[in-house]
Ligand binder design. Structure first.
Ligand SMILES: Cc1ncc(COP(=O)(O)O)c(C=O)c1O
Length: 363
């Protein structure tokens, strides 16, 4: 195989991976029922509970990327004909709605212009429903969605709250139990800085009770939480071959997160993301997300005027500076970039390199 380049990953994911996580990935693989591996997997569950800030027993990692987490969340809580409300403020809200429909849900969407947050009152007014699903950090627009009051409103109306935390977990404050979230999922490749391939997920007792009371089997065998917990729970029996190398890598990634401390990690993203946004504004970039609702870890930007073809500039950043940023989506398509500063990519020296590289290609 020809030698692959080393990049600085500043797109919407994946982000850079710490050397100690890469080292774990190079170790010999263990069997998925090896007692040594099962002990490590137990620690992963405990660490995920801390990172999600939940006491939920059913907390584990789905084998698959963030979209597998999304499907796992929805396919378990939705039965054909169920009333489902989905907040749509970007690509990932649209994906939630699409998957909810494929699960047989009767989907009502609450939509806003991309870049704007969804007013929580509009979501609350749409209740009761069987399920309310929203994206916490909308990676397509760089918008941070408030979850304030949603948990209480869902509990009062007997609605299950599903939250996409793919881009938020480990990057901005999120407490699953305090927010009253019933099912929350993430991805390993963003602010957790582990390669793509696993989707951490957690289910509340109310969500599991709903799954137990289903009149129809879960439509996906692979993502059926009842079957998955036969492996991740006490029985530890075979369901599918767990990706042991990736779970070991996640263990190391979570160890780094917890060593740093969640508060410190959120603050690092807030500080360096804020500095990046100041530097971008000085260079003439504009932001899609409304001020006050911007994610520090993902800036969705319009390029400065008269810059020319964004693809040429983005390619130059990659070829000449070894820096990856992401293409724009929706209103940003062909006009802007999505610039991530997540996990291991979110370091002062890397921020300086990123800003220098962007300045060189846009000036
Ligand atoms: C908010 C959000 N949800 C879901 C996904 C889907 O994750 P994946 O691409 O890992 O399947 C992404 C990926 O970028 C995302 O940003």
């Amino acid at each position: 195989m020809s030698k692959l380049p080393v990049r600085l990953l500043c797109g919407p994911g994946p982000s850079d991976v710490a050397p100690s996580v890469l080292e774990v990935l190079s170790r010999p693989i263990l069997g998925h029922l090896d007692p040594a591996f099962l002990a490590l997997a137990e620690e992963v569950k405990t660490m995920l509970r801390t990172v999600f800030q939940t006491a939920n027993e059913t907390t584990f990692a789905v084998s698959g990327t963030g979209s597998a987490g999304m499907e796992c969340a929805l396919v378990n809580v939705i039965e054909p004909g169920d009333d489902v409300v989905v907040g749509v403020a970007g690509l990932f809200g649209l994906r939630l709605a699409e998957i909810a429909r494929r699960c047989g849900g009767a989907v009502r969407t609450i939509e806003v212009e991309f870049g704007k947050p969804i007013p929580v009152e509009r979501l609350i007014q749409a209740l009761p429903a069987k399920v309310l699903a929203v994206v916490h950090a909308e990676t397509s627009t760089g918008m941070r969605q408030s979850l304030e009051g949603l948990g209480d409103a869902c509990r009062e109306t007997g609605t299950l709250l599903v939250v996409d935390a793919v881009t938020s977990l480990g990057g901005i404050p999120l407490s699953v139990d305090e927010a009253g979230i019933d099912v929350c999922y993430s991805g390993t490749q963003k602010c957790l800085s582990v390669p793509p391939g696993l989707a951490p997920i957690t289910f509340s007792d109310a969500a599991l009770e709903g799954v137990r009371r289903r009149g129809t089997p879960v439509r996906s065998w692979y993502l059926d939480v009842g079957l998955l917990t036969q492996y991740w729970g006490e029985e530890r029996t075979y369901h599918h071959t767990a990706p042991t190398g990736m779970i070991a890598a996640l263990h190391e990634g979570l160890r780094l997160v917890l060593d740093e401390g969640l508060e410190a990690r959120w603050q690092r993203h807030q500080t360096l993301g804020g500095e990046l946004q100041i530097a971008l504004a000085e260079m003439g970039f504009r932001f899609l997300a409304e001020a006050g609702h911007r994610l520090p870890q993902l800036s969705a930007t319009f390029l400065p005027d008269k810059i020319g073809d964004e693809r040429v500039k983005r390619r130059r950043l990659l070829d000449d500076f070894g820096i990856e940023v992401g293409a724009g989506f929706g209103p940003l398509s062909g006009k802007g970039w999505r610039i991530g500063l997540m996990g291991e990519s979110c370091r002062p020296d890397k921020l300086a390199r990123l800003v220098d590289g962007i300045r060189a290609v846009v000036s």
